[in-house]
Design a protein around this ligand. Structure first.
Ligand code: ARG
Length: 466
């Protein structure tokens, strides 16, 4: 028999029950639902709305139910529709009338909004921790490769020399922004909607702030209509996760390129690679490909929820139940990808020789050679033209800026001297880029220090393997 059977004379159709039920996916909110109910019951007693003895019985029994669920001794029945009714029904089965008083001054509309905020705050914490671990791994890789010269690319064409550390620190910068985005998201989500009731609050003298405090929220939502119908925090989290996945996906794309035979800048550990069923020689970067692939489903969740929300009038509409599968899937996906991605990076081998020899081809020191002439007094535009001619000549003859003779240089400009060879050395080119943010080992040290402080402020130390 349905909770609302008083108003109805017929049972709902079985297919409607199936469509309507959210229990198969919202049962994961059991812990937050019980914690919310305990705080609510306690507050109701403190405010004299229900009896203290009854509240204590409710609280103790909810504790038992929590233990039973965690021990796998709880039967979830689809007929109970959702996790909220499932737990309330069991409570009432166990303690009768006292259980029936729990839902005083509350609606499932504010209850589900509360549960979801509590749940997502925790998952954000998990994700936040995983991103910090990833940044720590990047720090370690970069700290060990500040002198590993590699080509930096624009248009995927070799452009100028940099170091592996500098390239890796670019990703550290992206993931730092992801960390602070998640922190912002938590901050905005950190308000308890309980007490919004179905949509216009309640007539009971409840203490919303006490419940919020008991549950660890910073405060309470300001408007009851908004409190039950707002899903900005879910959309914001999905946006943050989409951006995070976009970063992971770009990185994955580079990993995939780098372990191709064409690059061979890195080799992934066997533990983080897979083979082919037919081609015996293959070693595939499936982890990176899957991370890149799964990015699409996280974007999909963001689009799905934005679309669900766009036409909803105030306040609660059942459409809102569609938020959960999307955000749960996104959170699960991100939490599945991050630790594996980090471990894949931690165990890869970096091939400095391959990176350096790639950097030796493609005239990536041409800008530096032009800068050399500028230091000798030539305006940059003229220097640029001279070097362009030299490069064209080198391409014709199959030589490089390093292998030209001084005489050959001088045929293009009398300003060239013996010191040009030092100027075009890759290590010189890198070391001269000391500008803040640049690839010179000294400049990268500053970036590393920034990351170290960022991690330290968040309780992550670089040394112990926590
Ligand atoms: N299970 C619902 C949800 O996930 C909460 C229930 C609100 N239902 C209602 N008929 N007002 O959004």
């Amino acid at each position: 028999m349905k909770l609302w059977s008083g108003r109805f004379s017929a049972d709902t159709d079985a297919l409607v029950d199936e469509l309507n039920a959210s229990l198969p996916f919202d049962r994961r909110l059991y812990k937050e639902d019980i914690e919310g109910s305990i705080a609510h019951a306690d507050m109701l007693a403190a405010q004299g709305v229900i009896d203290r003895a009854e509240a204590d019985l409710i609280i103790a029994t909810l504790g038992d139910i929590l233990k039973d669920i965690e021990a796998g001794n709880f039967e979830f029945k689809l007929a109970d529709e959702d996790i909220h009714m499932s737990i309330e029904a069991e409570l009432t089965r166990r303690i009768g009338d006292a259980g029936k008083r729990l839902h005083t001054a509350r609606s499932r509309n504010d209850q589900v909004a509360l549960d979801l905020r509590l749940y997502l705050k925790r998952r954000i914490e998990d994700i936040h921790g995983e991103v910090l671990h990833l940044i720590r791994a990047l720090y370690k890789i970069a700290a060990a490769t500040t002198d590993a010269v590699m080509p930096a690319y624009t248009h995927l064409q070799r452009a100028q020399p940099t170091t592996f550390a500098h390239h890796i620190m670019a990703y550290a910068a992206m993931f730092r922004r992801d960390v602070t985005r998640l922190e912002d998201c938590t901050e905005r989500m950190d308000y308890s909607p309980l007490g919004s009731g179905a949509l216009t609050g309640t007539t009971y003298p409840i203490d919303r702030m006490a419940v919020a405090k008991a549950l660890g929220f910073a405060g309470i939502t300001e408007n009851s209509m908004d409190g039950v119908s707002d899903r900005d925090y879910v959309i914001e989290l999905l946006s943050d996760l989409s951006i995070l996945m976009m970063h992971l996906s770009r990185f994955s794309e580079e990993i995939i390129l780098w372990c191709s035979w064409e690059f061979k800048f890195i080799e992934l550990s066997d533990r983080y690679s897979t083979g082919s069923s037919i081609m015996p020689q293959k070693k595939n970067p499936d982890v990176a490909e899957l991370v890149r692939g799964k990015t699409g489903r996280v974007y999909g969740s963001l689009m799905a929820l934005l679309t669900t929300m766009k036409g909803l009038p105030l306040a609660y509409n059942k459409d809102l139940q569609e938020d959960k599968e999307q955000v749960f899937d996104a959170v699960d996906t991100v939490l599945k990808c991050l630790p594996v991605f980090t471990a894949m990076l931690e165990t890869m081998t970096i091939n400095r020789t391959r990176m350096r020899s790639a950097a030796l081809q493609g005239f990536i020191n041409a800008t530096d050679c032009a800068d050399y002439l500028v230091r000798k007094g030539l305006p940059f535009r003229d220097a640029y033209t001279v070097i362009g001619r030299i490069v064209a000549e080198c391409v014709r003859r199959g030589c490089t800026l390093e292998t030209m003779t001084l005489e050959e240089y001088r045929a293009f400009s009398p300003l060239f001297d013996d010191d040009v060879f030092k100027a075009v050395r890759l290590e010189t080119c890198v070391a001269n880029r000391q500008v803040p943010g640049g690839p010179a080992p000294k400049a990268v040290e500053v970036q590393l220090e920034g990351v170290r402080k960022f991690l330290e402020e968040r309780g992550v130390t670089l040394h112990d393997e926590a």
